[in-house]
Write a protein that binds this ligand. Structure first.
Ligand code: DP6
Length: 377
């Protein structure tokens, strides 16, 4: 959480930069799923097959500034607007959203983007433009403060920050839930990064019912990231999900099991039982990988060092350290542990896996949005 001083510093910084009037910034942290999202019931709206649970982490963040350029702003008062998919409370103007998307520009870490990456960002901007009644193109610039290169720059922080900055820059004043739904349209996992700490994404059945919400907890959790490779994955998670659903004979049983795993994880959290939580977290991730490995052709993200890392975690657990592995669409291993034991676990892993970078991440804050008046929430 921000201290009062650092919050004031950030406010000052953004005031000096002249944010406001069509321009806003947002900062979001990435999240790691403890019970995974893998597979969509609706590809266009990004409605998942299963509900999921995650931990938002500090130190893996994206800061994004969105500026709508030109004078294509609508006349609806901001307070009366709502976000796409929610029944409209006004009869205000609507603009053909696609009118501007070809003219958006995007830089990520200073590098100009085009093609699929820009298209995905423009789709989220289109939703915001349609709702705000504007047709101005946008300049988007995004910086990732990931401590060790690209491999962990998840789309979760990127699309949460984009949703926050774009809605604010367009003059919308969405609720947290509406922001979660908007972030979801960019990348499913991003809907969870709107909140800090432990977060549940309710799968829902349509746009309005599929959103994330914070989960009460008093547990002292941390994630130790074992960085095995930061090379771009050979199959995107989006494509791998489609292939798993279409061809893996194990997928439906993972879906069935995942609902039970989520109940088990929430029960463990409500009683503060880390052993019980860790066991189900590890099993759920391994089940997801089993399903994708069984797809045709197989999707295998693992490298030899991945197996060594999984073995090291198991060995350390055998020695009494709390440590359970989870993995996403890549070869890196993330280890759930207690905040108290995280540094010791990281030291042990560093000596057992000298080729890997090992970093401790503690729970991080939810999305923060800035405009000319500083931090909004
Ligand atoms: C393995 O959110 O990146 O990290 O919705 O297609 O953009 P899209 O997928 P994305 O998938 C994340 C998958 C995962 C598990 C998780 O974060 O729950």
């Amino acid at each position: 959480m921000d201290s009062r001083t650092s919050r004031q510093d950030e406010v000052g910084k953004h005031e000096e930069s002249g944010l406001g009037r069509g321009r806003a910034s947002a900062l979001a942290n990435a999240n790691i799923a403890l019970i995974k999202y893998w597979g969509k019931a609706d590809e266009a709206l990004i409605i998942p097959r299963t509900s999921s649970l995650s931990l938002t982490l500090d130190g893996l963040s994206t800061e994004t500034t969105v500026e709508f350029v030109g004078n294509g702003r609508g006349a609806m008062p901001p307070a009366q607007r709502d976000l796409p998919g929610v029944p409209d409370r006004t009869s205000g103007p609507r603009v053909a959203a696609s009118a501007s998307s070809g003219r958006d520009s995007l830089t990520i870490d200073g590098v100009q983007q085009s093609g699929k990456v820009l298209d995905r960002v423009s789709k989220v901007l289109d939703l915001v433009r349609a709702q705000a009644g504007i047709n101005a193109p946008a300049h988007v610039s995004s910086t990732n403060t990931v401590p060790y290169g690209a491999g962990l720059a998840s789309s979760s922080s990127a699309f949460a920050a984009l949703a926050g900055a774009a809605a604010q820059a367009a003059g919308l004043r969405p609720s947290r839930r509406e922001l979660s739904r908007l972030a979801r349209r960019g990348s499913g996992s991003a809907c969870r990064s709107v909140y800090g700490g432990l977060v549940k994404w309710n799968a829902g059945h349509d746009d309005a019912s599929s959103y994330a919400e914070p989960v009460d907890n008093s547990m002292d959790l941390a994630i130790v990231v074992i960085l095995i490779s930061n090379r771009e994955k050979h199959v995107s998670s989006r494509d791998a999900m489609v292939r798993t659903i279409a061809t893996s004979p194990l997928y439906e049983s993972w879906v069935q099991q995942s609902g039970k795993d989520l109940d088990e994880a929430l029960a463990a959290i409500s009683t503060g039982d880390l052993e019980r939580l860790g066991a189900v977290v590890e099993a759920n991730a391994m089940g997801m990988h089993a399903a994708m490995i069984a797809s045709r052709p197989p999707t295998l993200y693992w490298l030899p060092e991945t197996i060594r890392a999984l073995g090291a975690v198991e060995e350390l657990r055998g020695q009494g350290l709390p440590a359970w592995s989870t993995m996403d669409a890549g070869p890196n291993v993330k280890v759930l542990t207690s905040g108290r034991d995280a540094e010791r676990l990281a030291d042990e892993l560093r000596s057992m896996l000298p080729a890997c970078r090992v970093q401790v991440h503690r729970p991080g804050a939810g999305l923060r949005v800035f405009d000319e008046s500083g931090v909004r929430e």
